[in-house]
Ligand binder design. Structure first.
Ligand SMILES: Cc1cc2nc3c(=O)[nH]c(=O)nc-3n(C[C@H](O)[C@H](O)[C@H](O)COP(=O)(O)OP(=O)(O)OC[C@H]3O[C@@H](n4cnc5c(N)ncnc54)[C@H](O)[C@@H]3O)c2cc1C
Length: 477
């Protein structure tokens, strides 16, 4: 079994790096689906736009997603409806548009990304959830969606909703082809260290060089450059465990439930093989089980060929943060908080962000506005999120109790964490996430150091591979 995402099997080569000072109109930071959709949306604008990615494009959260392109998104409309029916309807409209946008981009630019037309199902196997599913059906009908009540074959369920005209794809193939089309404007292995604003221009430090720009788009998954924005209190991080196993037949469906144990699945076929991609369990940082226990639970279900985990940002009001960070400032923009639905929202973000830069109208700008006021009626999760953050911080300072191969100690007066591999080689890292100084837990399945509080991840020897941290934790004796 490979302990990595099935999508990462694609061979990829790094593009050019930033190796000189530059002056551009728009600097996009981060080469996931958000960043690439934004640069692609700006390609005919006449603005000089570049994208800088600290690793290789697509290798962040995007390449570990299940990559369903659907507007049937677990409990999202139920959650948004609790505070505003109109906002739930607008969110639905935006998602349907985004599904169609991906289809059009793939078709118009002949992108080979295994895009497949599928029916999406939302199902329950718990009596207590039937009423919610019925209400979801009524909501979709009232919004003119062609939806059917049915049952899903091959899995325990008592009721399912089904919609057509949704898709699945290979996220890294999609990203790689957008990247290829924008090749001259993409810089990889180029990390933005710092962004300053002086006299109306941004000066971003990348690989020791300075990029001067009029606009900056932060597409780093977690917008850690923005300390006053208070992300840890407006969001929480959710981790899920995923496996891919070879099957004889693929079905043209994707599905997700609304029950206490989250199940989500789809199929994938490439030239050689057919796979079921199965996600089991999604947990916030409050989860008390160890990473290994979660993987063990997943592996009890099937004999997988690949397993991996992934994290996404869940917003308090279940609407993403896309657009202007400060109300009257079009120059500093962001896109994140997709509540595990970034294939549609990342593409939509590209459209919203480019429309703001190009001063075009877009019907979704206010709904998604990151500067929206905290409306206490809307905050479904604020107390829970603060509680989770506190719990994870406390837990992290005590170390990972379940892992006997990890030692937490001091070296040269610094708190370090040491993992001894099977050859007895010591891998030593600083035991503090540079983001907010939480302690780190060793993920012995994927061989990474993970921050449970806010989702940063590091390689076994301390290179940062996922934010919010922007720095490595390598220990130098
Ligand atoms: C388990 C799971 C399953 C999911 N399944 C689905 C699904 O089926 N359908 C769906 O719609 N969505 C799904 N999602 C959600 C989706 O994968 C994410 O919302 C989306 O990929 C986020 O994209 P992004 O561009 O914001 O982030 P990323 O893909 O992480 O891109 C951010 C990039 O920024 C780079 N970066 C960070 N800091 C810097 C810096 N300082 N300088 C330069 N570059 C930097 C990173 O290296 C990274 O490549 C899932 C999420 C999870 C957790």
């Amino acid at each position: 079994m490979k302990k990595m995402s099935i999508w990462l099997n694609e061979k990829d080569k790094g593009y050019q790096e930033i190796d000189k000072n530059m002056e551009v109109d728009v600097l996009i930071v981060g080469g996931g689906i958000t960043g690439l959709s934004t640069i692609f949306a700006l390609k005919d604008s006449g603005l000089k736009t570049i994208l800088v990615e600290r690793n290789i494009c697509g290798c962040g959260v995007t390449s570990r997603s299940t990559a369903k392109i659907t507007y049937l998104q677990e409990k999202i409309y139920m959650n948004i409806r609790k505070s505003s029916k109109d906002e739930a309807s607008l969110y639905l409209k935006s998602q349907i548009e985004a599904v169609n946008k991906v289809k059009d981009i793939v078709k118009n630019y002949n992108i080979e990304c295994d895009l497949k037309l599928v029916s999406s199902y939302l199902f329950t196997n718990e009596e207590k959830n039937i009423r919610e599913l019925e209400e979801e059906y009524d909501f979709l009908k009232a919004n003119h969606v062609s939806v059917e009540k049915t049952k899903l074959e091959g899995i325990n369920n008592i009721l399912a909703l089904k919609v057509d005209n949704t898709y699945t794809f290979h996220p890294l193939k999609y990203i790689n082809q957008l990247k290829e089309m924008m090749r001259d404007n993409i810089y990889e292995n180029s990390k933005v260290e710092k962004i300053d604003k002086i006299d109306g221009y941004y000066y971003s430090l990348v690989n020791g060089f300075v990029i001067k720009s009029k606009y900056v788009v932060i597409a780093t998954h977690y917008p850690y450059f923005l300390i006053p924005f208070l992300m840890p209190f407006k969001t929480h991080v959710e981790t899920s465990y995923i496996g891919a196993k070879k099957v004889r037949e693929v079905k043209d469906i994707s599905a997700i439930n609304i029950d206490s144990d989250c199940i989500s699945f789809r199929y994938y076929q490439n030239n050689n093989s057919k796979y079921l991609i199965y996600l089991f369990n999604s947990y916030s940082s409050c989860n008390i089980k160890s990473i290994k226990d979660n993987f063990d639970e997943l592996n009890k279900l099937y004999k997988f060929d690949y397993t991996w985990s992934n994290k996404d940002i869940i917003t308090n009001d279940y609407i993403p943060y896309v657009g202007r960070i400060y109300k009257n400032d079009d120059t500093l923009l962001m896109g994140c908080g997709y509540n595990t639905w970034g294939m549609t929202n990342g593409v939509l973000a590209g459209q919203i962000l480019s429309d703001i830069i190009l001063k075009k109208d877009n019907p979704y700008i206010s709904l998604y506005a990151p500067h929206r006021r905290i409306n206490f009626n809307k905050i479904v999760r604020l107390p829970i999120d603060i509680g989770c953050s506190m719990k994870a911080i406390i837990k992290s300072t005590k170390g990972n109790v379940n892992n006997s191969k990890v030692i937490y100690t001091k070296r040269n007066g610094k708190s370090v964490a040491i993992y001894k591999d099977s050859n007895n080689k010591e891998h030593i890292v600083l035991n503090r996430c540079p983001h907010m100084k939480c302690g780190l837990v060793f993920n012995e399945v994927e061989m990474t150091w993970d921050c449970l509080c806010h989702g940063s991840r590091f390689t076994i020897d301390g290179k940062c591979i996922e934010g919010p941290s922007n720095f490595d934790i390598a220990f130098k004796a």
